[in-house]
Design a protein around this ligand. Structure first.
Ligand SMILES: CCOC(=O)c1ccc2c(c1)NC(=O)[C@@H](C)N2
Length: 116
């Protein structure tokens, strides 16, 4: 539809990021993991990622496509699955976010494709 032609990628990416972050109801992905609280975190995780960092990157035009946003989302989820044992709230939250996020990202990709 015409309005989609006029909707820039940035608007679609912002909306997608908002929808993804809504699923993080415990807000455990909202900010970078605090290495003062989790001192060994960087021994296991070489590239930390969180929603606030993703939002900064988005506003600084670091994402050119839904796939670019999806890559950082998957990095954030993978970090959590790697660092936290399977019997933790964090690990379970990452699995849930991954599944709920998948549907959101597939819909966003369809919208991006439909706008040509
Ligand atoms: C105040 C203590 O906070 C944490 O220990 C903590 C807080 C947030 C966390 C986290 C740990 N671990 C994680 O893997 C990511 C997903 N979130």
């Amino acid at each position: 539809a015409l309005e989609m032609q006029l909707t820039p990628m940035l608007v679609l990416l912002r909306s997608t990021l908002d929808q993804l972050q809504e699923k993080d109801t415990a807000q455990i992905f909202a900010e970078p993991v605090d290495v003062k609280e989790v001192p060994d975190y960087l021994e296991f995780i070489s590239q930390p990622m969180d929603f606030s960092t993703m939002r900064s990157k988005l506003e600084n035009h670091a994402y050119r496509s839904v796939a670019d946003l999806e890559a950082d989302f998957n990095l954030m989820v993978s970090n959590c699955l790697l660092y936290n044992n399977k019997d933790t709230v964090f690990h379970r939250a990452a699995l849930r976010l991954r599944d709920l996020g998948g549907a959101i990202l597939r819909h966003a990709q369809r919208q991006a494709t439909n706008t040509g």
